[in-house]
Design a protein around this ligand. Structure first.
Ligand SMILES: Cc1cc2nc3c(=O)[nH]c(=O)nc-3n(C[C@H](O)[C@H](O)[C@H](O)COP(=O)(O)OP(=O)(O)OC[C@H]3O[C@@H](n4cnc5c(N)ncnc54)[C@H](O)[C@@H]3O)c2cc1C
Length: 454
């Protein structure tokens, strides 16, 4: 019996999940007959719908509902929880570390394949800012979003209980670096949530909280265009948010954020959302990369000069065929990732069946961004919206986009319920240390000398 053709998908995010989903539908006959096999390697058993992270941080959507369980959705694929550490495409072999290899102490294992889909996305692009590695907080994963929510509420608790004004001021100062949609939406949603939460504190008022957005260029939210970006700055400033354009974070050591305009901000919160760079695993492959570290791809989503290797999404430099600018690449966003995944799956199927391949072409349709509850900004297909209509459009758009009917229904139910009841204001930071209480209870009593206890 011949071995099934193995399609290895690296990454279970937008591209990985949508490509595998389409492949398992298109190759149903081959999968059933044992002629093909799809293996998805991903560090987490779920796909994260990242545009919902700011709402998860604000408590409008529970963390479980911003993720999609891969085992349920990709029921005809083999899911391997692990990380691809390197790829030797010349030998059609990927080296992986899984939970089992870690447990068994066997190091790594090699997996051979026939077709490779490489979609490990991107990671935060950091700069050598002193103190950033020790104190910066990222905003790309559901763990970071929930961790940040807990952290913000915890700072309000610290401020409420301390008598030291310096500790109080630092606790109530929140600095966000990077004015793209991740940074602006995260800041706007959290500020909204914290302002509401302050009602329940006897000694913390909304005006005591200081929110600062630091952006190196002269505008924010480039995704919604210049006019709407300017509106977003006005909206945020109108809420007392300190938006600093053409300003950089110089350092954040010893709990003081120093900005390029000379401002020194004592703070316990520096959120870094200043862009992304391709996943580090790409450098551990024999596949061609461009100067920014993205995989060089053709418009058919094949890796240049590497037959049987395919890529899309944040990790891939795909030529933008709709642009007049020579050499322009598709931007790293979900809009491209989802559409590329569709073409990618169709091209793999076509190539296995000896049929012609398609080219990927999609003109950027614009973007929607939430600026907190009932506030937003949008520029889609030439239409500009602000305030409530933009916020409503943001919700409607993302509800239509979040994968699976199950998740759509749950998110809609949550939004409906939160309209009827008050907002959640609790911090569950202790979830990050679930054994702490038991360890305290089980610890030997402190040595009190020879004094018998009475
Ligand atoms: C807070 C936030 C809000 C956003 N909002 C929007 C928005 O409103 N609109 C929009 O268009 N875009 C938005 N984006 C961007 C969008 O989410 C990304 O462009 C999109 O996720 C890219 O898809 P991808 O498949 O390339 O990467 P991802 O979805 O990030 O998936 C990559 C996957 O690969 C896995 N992986 C990484 N390394 C390895 C490895 N070595 N081995 C195996 N697996 C690996 C990762 O764990 C992950 O599961 C947002 C992003 C963030 C962070």
């Amino acid at each position: 019996m011949t071995e099934p053709a193995r399609i290895l998908v690296v990454g279970g995010g937008y591209v990985g999940m949508y490509t595998a989903l389409r492949l398992q539908r298109q190759l149903r006959t081959e999968l059933r007959a044992g002629a093909a096999e799809i293996v998805v390697v991903t560090p987490e058993p779920y796909m994260t719908y990242q545009p919902f992270l700011p709402e998860a941080a604000a408590g409008s959507i529970s963390p479980r509902h911003v993720v999609v369980p891969l085992r349920r959705v990709l029921d005809r694929c083999r899911i391997v929880i692990g990380e691809v550490q390197s790829v030797d495409h010349a030998k059609r072999t990927a080296t992986l570390a899984t939970l089992a290899t870690a447990e068994e102490g066997t190091g790594t294992l090699d997996l051979t394949y026939d077709e490779l889909v490489i979609a490990p996305g991107s990671v935060s692009r950091t700069l050598p800012v002193p103190g950033l590695i020790d104190h910066g907080i990222g905003f790309k994963t559901v763990e970071e979003a929930i961790g940040l929510r807990n952290h913000v509420i915890e700072q309000m608790d610290i401020a409420s209980s301390t008598r030291d004004p310096a500790i109080r001021d630092a606790a109530l100062t929140f600095v966000f670096v990077g004015g793209g949609y991740a940074g602006v939406e995260a800041l706007a949603e959290l500020e909204d949530m914290a302002r509401y939460t302050a009602r329940y504190y006897h000694n913390v008022k909304p005006e005591d909280l200081r929110w600062v957005l630091v952006e190196a260029s002269d505008r924010i939210l480039p995704e919604v265009g210049e006019e709407m970006g300017r509106y977003a700055v006005r909206e945020l400033r109108g809420r007392n948010i300190d938006v600093r354009l053409e300003t950089r974070l110089e350092s954040c050591e010893d709990r003081v954020a120093v900005l390029s305009d000379g401002t020194r901000l004592p703070t316990r919160t520096v959120v870094w959302t200043a862009g992304v760079k391709p996943a580090p695993v790409l450098a551990e492959t024999d596949l061609p990369l461009n100067e920014r570290g993205r995989l060089r791809c053709t418009a058919q989503l094949a890796v240049e000069g590497a037959p049987h290797a395919w890529a899309a999404g944040d990790a891939a430099a795909v030529p933008d065929l709709t642009s007049d600018e020579p050499g322009k690449e598709c931007a790293p966003n979900a809009q491209h990732a989802v559409r590329q995944a569709k073409v990618l799956a169709e091209n793999i199927t076509a190539s296995l069946r000896g049929q012609p391949l398609k080219e990927y072409a999609h003109a950027y349709a614009g973007s929607v961004a939430s600026l907190g509850l009932h506030k937003g900004v949008a520029h889609v297909y030439g239409r500009k919206l602000k305030g409530y209509p933009a916020w409503f459009m943001h919700r409607a758009y993302h509800l239509s986009r979040v994968p699976t009917f199950n998740r759509k229904a749950r998110v809609l139910a949550e939004w409906t319920l939160s309209g009827l009841f008050k907002r959640e204001i609790v911090s569950l930071g202790s979830l990050e240390h679930p054994r702490a209480e038991f360890e305290l209870a089980a610890a030997p009593p402190p040595d009190n000398g020879d004094k018998p206890s009475s």
